[in-house]
Design a protein around this ligand. Structure first.
Ligand code: NAD
Length: 506
């Protein structure tokens, strides 16, 4: 990317204040609907990351000893601010990401739900107690915070994904450093300011903007105890390997290629509408987007495609500022080129481009240079094609035809990614077998985007997640805490000789 004449630089946030970048490195931030850049984002040096870690380390002892209820009340005030001003945040997200304002508000709300879960921390952190584990001996187990934790997040949910992490990390007593995506960094700073306004002490939550240098500084810093990452699979794998090699606890969620099976008994109108939202909502830039439809039998494939064509052709593609828009632009010019390249490769490899989004032209005045592309439908996709093997992350729905339920399941199992999947059927046996047997982390039965609620946990399997813990819900509490077990004896009047064998109840 080239440096432009940006007028404002998006800074870092350390000790409850915006801190200007000092590294001399920055990168432009674009409005994807217009293609313009009026701002840039500071890219932190290792020294700048170190100063954020030092602030978080200094804040942790007092924060971790603050009663959980008091921590929860600060989060509760933050939640009230989110309800009050979430729409403002959604507009800021739209201007940097490109998604519609309603869609951006949806992500703010899904993040807010994790805050709602987190304010229950005093209950979630209640320990376990066992009386008389031996004669006059009691045992109790508690969960304690880890220390300084870091979150490294992708561009596609600049508010929700950070909120999968920090509400639970903070309320369980950790301090936190967020390294948001350099493509849409503003939401993170707003969240930081609202946390400070809600009463969060200095240094407990910090934001460093940056690229690989900032990430590597976090991965190698001995005072960072845990790293929560969401992004593409190669980077997730790198984060997991490097972080764990440096002795850190790591959860690293990667990319996805989500398939939806459409059985012959499915309600085809319902499945068509579900696929429209799941494939083209947020321009397909969702890790839970359905990017592959798997109709079982050619008859189902033909009927499905017939229903999809007019709907895809009628998709309203436009800027987030136009309330009529159903789908915004892609995030950057580079990403637009990449998605167009995938459609080219599908055509070259022999797939049938049924609806070609490359033909879309944005004629609305002022938006001609935005990174727009139309919805695309590709039939006759096979597993040797690049468009099936790789994650496209754009508004492109591939159709891979299969002759039976088992062939469709085998296709899903052949895919290295295993984030989400769905089946459309009216048959209980098929639905139950699918949900029990499929090797994927999140399953939808007639539900195209089965994103678990905040009080459940989010995460895929295989190349979609590295590490043991999923995000938020009880898995989030487990990730951001460690167990301590204390055994207690008050031996009134008891005398005992030294024992050299393992104590047992006998
Ligand atoms: P990305 O992997 O390019 O970037 C994610 C983060 O990693 C960013 O903060 C970025 O600055 C950092 N990063 C990028 N390159 C790096 C490098 N070489 N070394 C160290 N850090 C680096 O991902 P993205 O393009 O921002 O987001 C889209 C991807 O995220 C898609 O693959 C999508 O499927 C995935 N995603 C997954 C989930 C999930 O829950 N599994 C959720 C959202 C997005």
């Amino acid at each position: 990317m080239q440096e432009t004449t940006s007028t404002t630089q998006i800074a870092h946030f350390i000790n409850n204040a915006r801190v200007a970048g000092r590294s001399g490195r920055s990168q432009p931030v674009f409005n994807p609907a217009t293609g313009e850049s009026t701002r840039s984002v500071a890219l932190a040096s290792t020294e700048e990351v170190n100063s954020a870690v030092a602030a978080a380390k200094a804040a942790w002892p007092a924060w971790s000893k603050t009663p959980a209820l008091r921590r929860a009340r600060i989060l509760d005030r933050f939640k009230a601010i989110l309800w009050e001003r979430g729409r403002e945040l959604a507009e800021i997200i739209s201007a940097e990401h490109g998604k519609t304002v309603d869609d951006a508000y949806g992500e703010v709300t899904r993040g807010l739900e994790v805050v709602e879960f987190a304010v229950g921390a005093p209950h979630l952190l209640k320990g376990e107690f066992s009386e008389d584990v031996g004669t006059g001996v009691d045992s109790h187990a508690i969960r304690q915070s880890l220390g300084v934790c870091a979150g490294i997040t992708p561009f596609n949910f600049p508010a929700m994904v950070p909120m999968w992490m920090f509400p639970i990390a903070l309320v369980t007593g950790n301090s936190f450093i967020l390294k948001p995506s350099e493509r849409d960094p503003s939401a993170a700073l707003i969240l930081a300011e609202w946390l400070a306004e809600a009463g969060l002490p200095e240094g407990v939550f910090n934001v460093v903007n940056g690229d690989k240098e900032a990430v590597d500084a976090l991965l190698h810093h001995p005072d960072v105890k845990a790293i929560s990452f969401v992004g593409s699979t190669p980077i997730a794998q790198y984060i997991h390997q490097t972080g764990t090699a440096n002795g850190k606890r790591v959860q690293a969620l990667g990319g996805a290629k989500n398939h939806a099976i459409i059985m012959p008994d499915a309600d085809l109108d319902l499945a068509t509408n579900a696929l429209m939202g799941a494939a083209f909502g947020s321009a397909g830039e969702r890790c839970m987007a359905i990017s592959v439809a798997v109709p079982v039998t050619d008859a189902v494939a033909d009927a499905l495609i017939e229903r999809l064509i007019p709907k895809i052709e009628a998709l309203k593609v436009g800027p987030a500022t136009d309330p009529a828009s159903e789908m915004g632009p892609l995030v950057t010019a580079q990403h637009l080129d990449k998605v167009r390249g995938y459609i080219d490769s599908g055509a070259q490899e022999g797939a049938r481009i049924v609806v070609d989004g490359r033909r879309f032209e944005q004629k609305m005045q002022g938006y001609e240079d935005g990174y727009f592309i139309g919805g695309t439908l590709i039939d006759q996709v096979t597993t040797d094609m690049k468009i099936w093997r790789e994650e496209i992350f754009g508004p492109v729905l591939s159709v891979v035809r299969r002759g039976s339920y088992q062939e469709a399941v085998d296709l899903i199992h052949a895919c290295p990614y295993a984030n989400g999947t769905a089946v459309f059927t009216r048959d209980g046996d098929t639905a139950r077998a699918f949900s029990h047997d499929i090797e994927v982390g999140m399953i939808g039965i007639n539900v195209p985007i089965p994103v678990p609620m905040a009080f459940h946990s989010f995460g895929g399997w295989k190349a979609s997640l590295f590490g043991e813990h999923h995000m938020h819900g009880m898995e989030g509490v487990r990730f951001f805490t460690r167990i301590k077990t204390t055994t207690t004896r008050w031996p009134r009047g008891m005398r005992e000789d030294a024992q050299f064998v393992m104590p047992t109840l006998g």
